[in-house]
Design a binder for this molecule. Structure first.
Ligand SMILES: NC(=O)c1ccc[n+]([C@@H]2O[C@H](COP(=O)([O-])OP(=O)(O)OC[C@H]3O[C@@H](n4cnc5c(N)ncnc54)[C@H](OP(=O)(O)O)[C@@H]3O)[C@@H](O)[C@H]2O)c1
Length: 358
């Protein structure tokens, strides 16, 4: 049996769901794959905890309780005030280790690179390290020991389909098209049902579908990051600045408080209602689409036929359609819940197993 040491950065919603999933799966993985995961270090934004011999089930559960109630790892019995993440990798890393990045931080790159240099694996749900300069993406992914399934479509196997089926089968990609935001899916299907844009944004915010400032979702930047990861996975050396991104609000509404933004939103209702009516007159509808084609990527609101896969998408599901030489007539389509801590943790766990078995 192979023991696989885990060093995890981040114990938020996804991080805690992942710890639980690893603990639940360990017995099954031992007989199924001959591997067992062992947490040797954990870190949040303020604290860390290290145990060379590995944390027990009870210790991990205690740390999850501390974190779920808003505390820091530093407050737990085994925790201390956090230093550099690179030091944590240096201290806790041993053969076969995997470093997991389930933060939303852009400060993890050096520690991830150190782990990869040492021959460890890396599994990321955090998009930021992969969407900085292209050379950092190359540096992180060159060894093949860095996996990032959950960065696009959460647990829906978008990256695995591209990098383990389409690319290795030498099937040329004509284009990839997808809806990668559950929040924007909720808005566009609501517009299709005749509801007003401002009402829909307000409801999405109340339901917790948006970030605290809904402009973070409506800017399209999160979708652009996912599109950039897909384009780079295809091998295109794109930078973020090269992606045209169409936000769902005008530039003057980018300034000011969230309350001011919400008050100004009804101004956009008529334009979106008209745009949807024009689309419907052509048997089309509106979707917020990322399109990756011929070395270029663009992200924005687009008319799509009502009877297409994207047109039939409902609510907050994600969808990606791969149009390749093999899948020319009918695209290869993946669809499912593209957000949520459990699906995201499931995608990371699948990456851990793939790394542990390689
Ligand atoms: N939630 C989803 O549905 C979903 C879907 C796909 C991908 N993702 C991605 O998964 C990642 C985690 O999401 P989440 O919802 O779990 O976020 P979250 O609840 O905000 O948790 C983030 C965690 O990272 C920790 N952290 C922040 N900066 C850190 C640093 N410099 N070093 C170490 N730890 C640090 C935070 O520490 P504190 O606890 O001290 O604040 C927190 O524990 C994000 O990158 C997100 O984009 C999430």
């Amino acid at each position: 049996m192979k023991i696989v040491p885990l060093i995890q950065f981040g114990l938020g919603g996804v991080g805690r769901a992942l710890v639980r999933r690893v603990l639940d799966a360990n017995d099954d993985f031992e007989w199924r794959y001959g591997i067992r995961f062992l947490y040797v270090a954990l870190s949040d934004s303020r604290g860390a905890a290290v145990a060379a011999e590995g944390f027990s089930y009870a210790q991990l559960m205690h740390m999850l309780t501390v974190k779920a109630s808003g505390g820091s790892l530093a407050d737990s019995e085994w925790g201390y005030k956090r230093g550099e993440l690179t030091d944590l990798v240096d201290l806790a890393g041993t053969e076969d280790a995997i470093v997991i990045d389930v933060t939303a931080s852009d400060e993890t790159v050096d520690a991830l690179l150190l782990a990869l240099e040492r021959g460890y694996g890396a599994a990321l749900a955090n998009k930021k390290p992969l969407t900085g300069p292209y050379r950092t993406f190359r540096h992180l992914t060159a060894s093949g020991r860095c996996r990032y399934e959950s960065t696009v479509g959460a647990g829906v196997p978008v990256i695995a389909t591209l990098s383990e089926t389409i690319i290795p089968s030498h099937d040329p990609v004509h284009h990839i098209q997808g809806c990668f935001s559950g929040t924007l899916g909720f808005l566009t299907t609501g517009l299709e049902a005749g509801r007003s844009f401002s009402q829909l944004v307000a409801e999405a915010r109340t339901r917790g579908y948006t970030e605290p400032d809904p402009r973070d979702d409506l800017s399209g930047m999160d979708v652009a990051r996912k599109a950039l990861i897909l384009a780079r996975t295809l091998g295109w050396p794109l930078e973020m600045e090269q992606i045209p991104v169409e936000p769902l609000f005008p530039p003057e509404m980018a300034q000011g408080s969230v309350a001011e933004f919400m008050t100004a939103l009804p101004r956009l209702d008529e334009a979106y209602a008209q745009q949807m009516a024009q689309a419907r007159a052509q048997n089309h509808t509106l979707r917020y689409v990322a399109r990756i084609e011929a070395g270029e990527t663009r992200v924005g609101l687009q008319e799509v036929p009502l009877d297409s896969a994207l047109g039939q998408l409902r609510g907050s599901d994600n969808l990606v359609a791969f149009h390749t030489q093999v899948y020319a007539e009918t695209p290869l389509v993946l669809q499912g819940r593209g957000a949520g801590v459990d699906g995201t943790a499931a995608g990371v766990l699948a990456d851990l197993v793939a790394l542990a078995r390689s």
